[in-house]
Design a protein around this ligand. Structure first.
Ligand SMILES: NC(=O)c1ccc[n+]([C@@H]2O[C@H](COP(=O)([O-])OP(=O)(O)OC[C@H]3O[C@@H](n4cnc5c(N)ncnc54)[C@H](OP(=O)(O)O)[C@@H]3O)[C@@H](O)[C@H]2O)c1
Length: 339
């Protein structure tokens, strides 16, 4: 079957997955018998376009690179009309994350699932706030709601727990879930104070102009909620997860940790005890011998504590155009290979 793909949000990740699909077209066909057309794209900046036989993706990527609006296959359909009426079987929801309400992404995901389309997303909003509801709608309509990219971008954590680790009971998941704060803590060890390092992180594009979501731990809290609910089968609300960021960490704290052969990390944690699942985000001093202590810069890492294997740690990128684009590809391939 030739898949028809729709993309909501043609920013970093939307362009990333489009480039991957374009560049790997032959490889995906030969290796997985996977064929596709991207038939619909909706984006605030570039416009809404639809062609049931396939859009001109090289042209659209070029137009996006030049910050020009799309020039071909324009449609008057708004996002929801496009989602419902287009002939796609897979919708990639790649608009902005809103961890308070879920934003328009919630309506996008619902509309797609209700019209019998699989949804693949790296958007934490619908996953952190409404996973059980979305999964129910997906099940009712015989389609999938796939969210690998919402935690650690393309580094496989959700699929790891669900796939290769299936059969292991996971009692704890702990790790570095926010690359920006890990970069900042790593740089503070080199001698810069919190405010200096935040400025550099913003200049490098790691931290946003309003860094609250990262430095206060809210981004990590969204991911902890997702892990608790999907991997541990809990039904935590985002506010059930206790949350403390790195804003209080001083240069003295960094030096004190060094003296004790330790290092500060912002740790997201999910734990199952006596059948009850709890989640937290907080800075912790980690012993230098622990696998998470060696994870520096904007990298993410998670340690799964399992009954059959003990601790299993996975380390990899937590952001990036191609890295997050890959998370979308891996979920699309999962849908293709399991149908
Ligand atoms: N980039 C990463 O490395 C990464 C990693 C993990 C997860 N994610 C998540 O993946 C999603 C996409 O990230 P991104 O980096 O690609 O974001 P981005 O570069 O900001 O792209 C999002 C695009 O979607 C457009 N958009 C926003 N709301 C829309 C709507 N309602 N309808 C149509 N278009 C809309 C935006 O337009 P405007 O600019 O006008 O708003 C923008 O062009 C986000 O939820 C993000 O949190 C990203």
């Amino acid at each position: 079957m030739k898949h028809k793909i729709a993309i909501l949000g043609f920013g970093t990740v939307g362009q990333g997955i489009s480039e991957i699909l374009l560049n790997k077209k032959e490889y995906l066909k030969n290796k997985y018998d996977f064929e596709y057309d991207i038939v619909a794209v909706a984006d605030f900046v570039y416009g809404n376009v639809y062609n049931p036989y396939g859009l001109d993706i090289p042209l659209m990527l070029q137009e996006a690179k030049e910050k020009k609006k799309f020039s071909k296959d324009l449609t008057d359909w708004d996002n929801l009309e496009l989602i419902r009426n287009c002939n796609a079987d897979i919708l990639c929801e790649l608009t902005y994350t809103d961890l308070n309400t879920g934003g328009p992404a919630v309506d996008h995901v619902k509309a797609a699932l209700e019209s019998g389309k699989h949804v693949v997303t790296s958007n934490k909003g619908p996953a952190a706030l409404f996973y059980p509801e979305m999964k129910k709608i997906a099940d009712k309509n015989g389609v999938k709601f796939m969210i690998e990219g919402t935690v650690c971008a393309g580094t496989p954590v959700i699929n790891l727990a669900d796939g290769p680790l299936a059969g292991c009971e996971i009692s704890k998941i702990r790790g570095i879930l926010n690359g920006t704060t890990n970069y900042m803590l790593s740089e503070m060890e080199k001698g810069m104070d919190y405010n200096e390092v935040l400025k550099v992180a913003q200049e490098l594009g790691y931290a946003e102009a309003d860094p609250t979501g990262d430095v206060e731990g809210y981004d990590a809290r969204g991911k902890v909620t997702i892990l608790a609910n999907i991997v541990m089968g809990a039904s935590l609300k985002i506010n059930d997860v206790s949350c403390k960021g790195i804003t209080q960490i001083t240069s003295e704290d960094i030096e004190n940790a060094k003296k004790q052969n330790k290092r500060w990390k912002l740790i997201g944690s999910v734990e199952k005890k006596d059948g009850k699942v709890t989640g937290s985000v907080a800075p912790e001093m980690i012993d230098l011998s622990h696998p998470l202590a060696g994870v520096m810069g904007a990298t993410n890492a998670l340690t799964f504590t399992t009954d059959l294997l003990g601790d299993v740690t996975i380390v990899g990128p937590g952001a990036g155009k191609i890295e997050t684009g890959f998370s979308i590809l891996t979920d699309i391939l999962d849908i293709h290979r399991n149908q």
